[in-house]
Every structure is written in C-alpha cells, then in structure tokens.
Write a protein that binds this ligand. Structure first.
Ligand code: ADP
Ligand code: MG
Length: 722
C-alpha cells in the first residue's frame, strides 16, 4: 500500500503545477479515499449499489471495482453540444433542450406517430416518433427534455424525427453529457444509464486505481496515452480521436499482461523443473539417419536442430511441432525418440486413439527393422498376466519405446527413466493433459499437431511453448485437385471415379453421419449410402467403416484397404486421423458444407500421399454464405496455415479455439485476430521485460506486477508469482 501511495505522490508532484502545500493536502485526501476504494473492492460498496444491484452486476460478470472499470461500453455516442431551437437547420444532426408543451398520439395513421411539441426561449419545434405509442407513458407536458437527432423539413416546418431523448432531472445542469459517452451492455434490471451513473464517480479516482506502468519514453515511443486517460476516455470519451487512443492503450495493456503471464509461466517451468540433458554427436546423428530410407527435408532438419538444442539442456523441452498431415512429422518424432534412447532413457509415444497408436507403431516398426531398440505397443486388449509382465519390464527399464493412447499411458505405468514424451495430438489439443503429465515427471515433451495453428494462436493459446513448423511436405507427392460438385454433374463424377478405380486406384467416400436420422433424411449417411454405392459400382468392392464398429473389425477393414482388397471405403470422419494409403487418390466428401474448414482439410490430407495426382470432390448444396466461403476457400488453397487463418476469421477465435479451453483468460477488449500487430509488439516487449527481470520483482515493475496478478493471476495460474 505504501508503494502505491509513494507512487501517487510522485505522480501528483510531477503532474501538478500547484504549490507544495496544496499537493500534500491532496495526498492526504487521497489516502483516506484509497482505504475505501481499490480495484478489489466489491461493487456493492459503491454509491448507488446495494446487495440487490450487486447481484445484478454479478450476473454481468462484474464483482469488483476492477471488473467495473473493465466493463467497457459496447458503443459510444458523440452528440453535439445543445443549440437553440431557432438555430436548427435542415439535415443537421443537433441536440436541443426544451420543455414539452403538448403531446399527441396518432394511432389512426398507417404508421402511428407520437408527437411532442417542445419549446425553448427562442422557438418551438415539432418532434415525431414513428410507432411511438410506448412514449405515452414517458413524455408528459411540463417535462424538460433533451433530444438529439436529425432535423428535417416537413410542410415548410423544421422537425426532428425519431431523435434519441432523455427526460432531464431538474438538478441536471449538463444535459449533453447524458448523451455522449458509452452505451453499456445492460440487463433488464440495470440500464446503461444506471451503470454510467455508478461508474462516473469511480473515474475520479483513476490516478490511484490504475497507476501508470510504463515510463514516459516508452509511452511516447509506443504512442500510448496514459493508463489513467485510457480508462477515463473509454468510459467518457471527449471525442472520437481520444476514444481511439484509449482503446489502443487498453488493448495493448491487455495483450501485454497476457503475454507477460505466458512469459512468466515459461520461465517458471524452466526454473522449477530439471530434465535429463541429451547428448547428440555425429555418430549418434548418422546412426539415427541411417534408419530413414530417404534424405530428410530442409524443414525436417530445421525442426530436428531445434529439438536437439532443446534436449541438450537440463531443463525440459516444451516444443510443439506443427505440419500438415503427411508432412513428415513422425520422422522428426522418431529422431527425437532415438536420441533419447541413445542417451539411455525411455520414450513414451502417445496418440489420441488406438488406431493411431497402432499406426504409429507400424511405421516405427518399418523404420526400426533389425534394430536393437526395444519397443512395444500397449493396447486396451492387453490384460492380465501379459500386461503385468510388460509393465514390470517398463518399470525395470527393459523397454525403450512404449507406444499407446494417452489414456493408456496415463494409467499406472511406471518408467524407470522416462526421458521423452511424444504426444501426437492430430487435430485435438489437450493442454490440460500435457500439464497433467508434466507434473508427474519432468521428461522432455514434444507435441505434434496436424492442425495448423494460426500464427495468432501460436502466440496466445500456445504462447508458452516453443514452436517448430514443417511447411513443405517431402518431394514426390502428387498434387491434389479439389472440386465442388453439384447434383447435375453427379453422373459425370461417378464416371470419372469409375475410370480411376479401373486404373486400380482406391477411393474414400466420406459422410457426415453413420445412419440417417428419422427427422432429417436430407443428410446422407454412410450406412445407407454404402448400399447405394455398391449398386453404382457393382464391379468393385465397396466396404463400410465407422466409429461404432468394434475395434478389431475396424482394424481388419483398414488392413484390407491398405492391401488394396477394398476399392471404395465408405466412412464417416473416423478416417480423418492417421490413415496412410498412398494408392487412395480419390476422396468424395458428401454434405461437405457440414464440415468445418479445418476438418475438410484434414480429411483431404488422406489423399495425395503417393506420386499420382489426387482428386477431392466436395458434394454440397448450401445457401449459407459461410459454408460457401469455406468451400470456395478449400477448392482454392492447399495451404493448411492459410486455411486455418481463414477459418479463424470466419468463426472468430472464440469458437474455433476458445481461449478458455486452453486455460487462457477471455480478453475484454483486445482481439487476437484483429489486433495482431499490437499482439506482436506486446509479446516482444513482455518477453523482453521478463528476460531482464524474470521474477518481476524490481521496484519499477511493481505496478505491472500488481495489474498482472489482478487481471490474470487466477486464470494464468500465477499464484506462486505473488
Ligand atoms: P505426418 O506424421 O506429418 O503425417 P509422416 O511422418 O507420417 O507424416 O510422413 C508421411 C509419409 O512421408 C510417410 O510415408 C513417410 O515415409 C514419408 N516421408 C517422410 N519424410 C520424408 C522425406 N524426407 N522424404 C521422403 N518421404 C518422406
Ligand atoms: Mg503421422
């Protein structure tokens, strides 16, 4: 508290041109006020708020004075200063103040109107509101009102039509201010005007409530107005330019504090946990590379270099590797795994589903033929004595690489020396799961994802991880052509597919549903359509695969498809993950408008894995603009990052990746997509600050630290920073 007082005192001294004595009395006044008013004070103790209103505020998410200051208006009005009625001109937007002389409701008109005649000391003026019947109870002769709106000419007389208006209290001397300023998101129990009245006096104390963080130099350089002005102007903007400056500053602060929290989280993780440092030399490197029957791509080598550098440190790696499906992430993961094994530690490789885990194991087997590395796939089917024996082996350190689902590996499995955890998240992000695992042990952690994370989210939702990216897939991949097909050309499309099948290629048909719902027969479903397709393609083998089948059956069908015994695989989105059949070069997606962009792109990633050209046909009939925009995008672009960014724009960050879902706080004013440039600047500055003061304990950072804890302390789990 004394720090705050000292700070305020110096602010006052700096800003004030008044005498010293005046200053000290002001400081004393301040002191008595501070005791009552601070950001954590419940709103209930504010003037005009009692227990009932406090409950209403709580419904709006406002509990404390700090919340109230961040309860920003959703809109702002800039009404002009009032003029006299005789100064009114047609087509101007004006504010006038006058007494209601008479009112009249003309309900017989085709458009009923409510009319009021008002006068000031210069002139009278007619005001009409279309469909204004409800005003009969609000406007009465004798009242003084202020009205703001556009002036028009009607039968040679000036009048106002549908103006905004307020009935003034007798006491009020500044009518215009009721119109200018913020319009708050209100509730039925609490109007915007009431909220405004409650906030207004709080704004007189901004110097104490929101002390400045930054020094003057930085403020000038970054073009930021003071925090105090920002809060004052966002609620009560003198003009639009100042409002814009206020928004700019508050957005910057919000992003800066969030990034600061992420930077601190990262520092803390490094300081508090240790990991086994892994040596990599030329011998180990070439031994690992010999396992791959191809040269690694530049992107793969880049990612590997970053991983090797991370794993050489005695602090745990936390790296996210992103790259489109088929871009060669598994190879990178296996490199890291073999490096860990070479350093006499164990590796856990986790996938979201059993099919995927099996798939990983299969490709690992392919690369590790005749290798001495001991590896095993743990499946749900493994039970009893066999399981016990295996777990014992793992515990003794007699297994090097263990592959399984996240669920399986999180159970009771104990490792002798776990050096690396590889998590393949495909398109699901499980930040919580990562955290859970981290707690138990401190292996290096490496997460792969096939969903390109837009740059914006890489800096926020994943802002405390290091990120490697594989942008370009290995050479020798056939191009994928995507077309949006309508019903008229269906027969032509079937003919086209038949030609490909005759040439011994295979096809996927994907449906949004397994079976048709009774109430909605429009949506085609895999089970029903499979029969239909068998009739369309009688000379080929058509088989069904869906998520509700027993897992052995699923695996059997997948194996047959891989071997080429099945020509057409009819499926739901279960094939979205982890199927790798290079000979499958055709994909038909029915009801493509029902899938999200990221999902369509994932699905399409199943083809184009061999050298032959591939074709993705999207069947969709939709009137929805969003769906159309998605379909056009996906036919135009093959770049997962571009698609993800577009998806983020269409859906907004909230829906695609809600920040909450990733354990991040909701932002009140900044938007990570629209305010990208600010985000970049805030991130750079925040990370620099933490580099210079990793615990944020220097006196000059006191106010920043305080604001950070108040705003994001809980949501970013920064309790121990305090
Ligand atoms: P991802 O895990 O990103 O989906 P994979 O690692 O499974 O991708 O690789 C997809 C396919 O590409 C595999 O068949 C793999 O053998 C092959 N591949 C990976 N890296 C290369 C490379 N550098 N050159 C040629 N083929 C590669
Ligand atoms: Mg893969």
């Amino acid at each position: 508290m004394s720090g705050l007082l000292n700070y305020s005192a110096s602010m006052v001294l700096k800003n004030s041109e008044k005498s010293d004595t005046q200053c000290s009395t002001r400081i004393e006044n301040r002191e008595s006020r501070i005791k009552k008013l601070d950001l954590s004070m419940p709103v209930q103790y504010l003037k005009g708020v009692g227990p009932a209103r406090a409950r209403t505020f709580a419904q709006l998410g406002v509990y404390t004075v700090g919340d109230l200051l961040e309860y920003f208006p959703r809109d702002w009005n800039f009404s002009p200063e009032p003029i006299k009625i005789n100064q009114m001109q047609p087509n101007q937007t004006v504010t006038v103040v006058g007494m209601v002389e008479s009112t009249d409701y003309q309900s017989y008109r085709r458009q009923p109107i409510f009319e009021a005649i008002i006068s000031d000391d210069t002139e009278v003026c007619r005001i009409i509101w279309f469909h204004g019947g409800f005003l009969r109870n609000q406007l009465k002769p004798g009242q003084v009102i202020t009205a703001s709106g556009k002036v028009s000419l009607y039968k040679h007389q000036l009048q106002m039509t549908n103006p905004k208006f307020l009935v003034l209290d007798e006491k009020s001397s500044e009518p215009a201010e009721y119109f200018s300023g913020g319009v708050y998101p209100a509730s039925s129990k609490l109007s915007s005007r009431q909220i405004k009245r409650i906030i207004r006096p709080v704004l007189d104390n901004l110097t104490e409530l929101v002390p400045e963080f930054y020094d003057k130099n930085f403020q000038a350089k970054a073009n930021l107005v003071s925090r105090k002005n920002a809060f004052s102007w966002i609620h009560l903007p003198p003009d639009e330019a100042k409002l814009a400056q206020a928004k700019h500053r508050l957005k910057y602060d919000e992003l800066f504090l969030m990034q600061l929290g992420l930077a601190l989280r990262r520092v803390r993780r490094r300081h508090f946990s240790t990991a086994v440092p892994m040596t990599c030399n030329d011998e180990i490197d070439s031994r690992i590379r010999k396992r791959f029957p191809f040269l690694l791509t530049e992107d793969q080598n880049g990612a590997i270099a970053e991983i090797v550098a991370d794993m050489a440190k005695p602090e745990p790696m936390n790296r996210l590797l992103q790259g489109d499906v088929g871009s060669g992430k598994t190879v990178v993961a296996l490199y890291a795994a073999l490096l860990a094994v070479a350093n006499r530690t164990q590796v856990a490789i986790m996938a979201p589903t059993e099919i995927l885990a099996a798939q990983h194991f299969l490709s690992i087997e392919r690369y590790l033929k005749n290798s001495k590395v001991r590896r095993v796939l743990i499946t749900g089917g493994l039970t009893g004595k066999k399981r016990t024996q295996l777990l014992e082996k793992i515990k003794q350190g007699a297994m090097d690489i263990v592959v399984g689902t996240v669920a399986l590996l999180q159970e009771d499995i104990e490792f002798q020396k776990l050096g690396l955890v590889v998590i393949d998240e495909q398109h699901k992000f499980g930040v919580a799961q990562r955290a859970q695992l981290r707690k138990r042990t401190t292996p290096h952690c490496f997460v792969m994802t096939a969903t390109p994370i837009p740059r914006t989210l890489a800096m926020t939702a994943f802002g405390d991880l290091d990120v490697s990216i594989i942008r370009h897939s290995p050479p020798g991949r056939g191009a994928v052509t995507t077309r949006w097909v309508n019903r008229e050309t269906l027969q032509k499309a079937y003919q086209f597919i038949r030609e490909r099948l005759k040439a011994k290629k295979q096809a996927y048909f994907v449906y949004p549903r397994i079976t048709v719902l009774e109430e909605n027969t429009d949506i085609k479903a895999a089970t029903n359509e499979c029969k239909h397709l068998a009739e369309v393609f009688p000379e080929f083998t058509v088989e069904l695969l869906h998520g509700q089948m027993p897992s052995t059956k699923k695996q059997q069908i997948m194996a047959e498809f891989r071997k080429g015994k099945i020509d057409v695989l009819v499926s739901t989105v279960v094939i979205e993950v982890g199927v790798d059949v290079p000979n499958a070069t055709i994909m038909v997606i029915e009801g493509a408008d029902r899938f999200g962009l990221a999902q369509l792109h994932q699905l399409r990633g199943r083809i184009g894995r061999g050298e032959a050209k591939s074709y993705c046909l999207l069947f969709a009939e939709t009137e929805s603009e969003v769906a159309k925009s998605r379909l056009e995008m996906i036919t135009r672009s093959n770049d997962g990052f571009e698609i993800a960014e577009h998806d983020l724009r269409l859906r907004g960050p909230g829906e695609l990746f809600s920040t909450r879902q990733h354990g991040l706080p909701d932002l009140k004013i900044a938007n990570i997509v629209d305010d990208y440039d600010l985000l970049v600047m805030a991130r750079k500055n925040a990370f620099e600050l933490v580099r210079s003061d990793p615990t944020l304990t220097r006196p000059k950072h006191k106010n920043i630290r305080r604001a950070l804890l108040a705003k994001f302390g809980d949501s970013l789990g920064l309790a121990d920073v305090a």
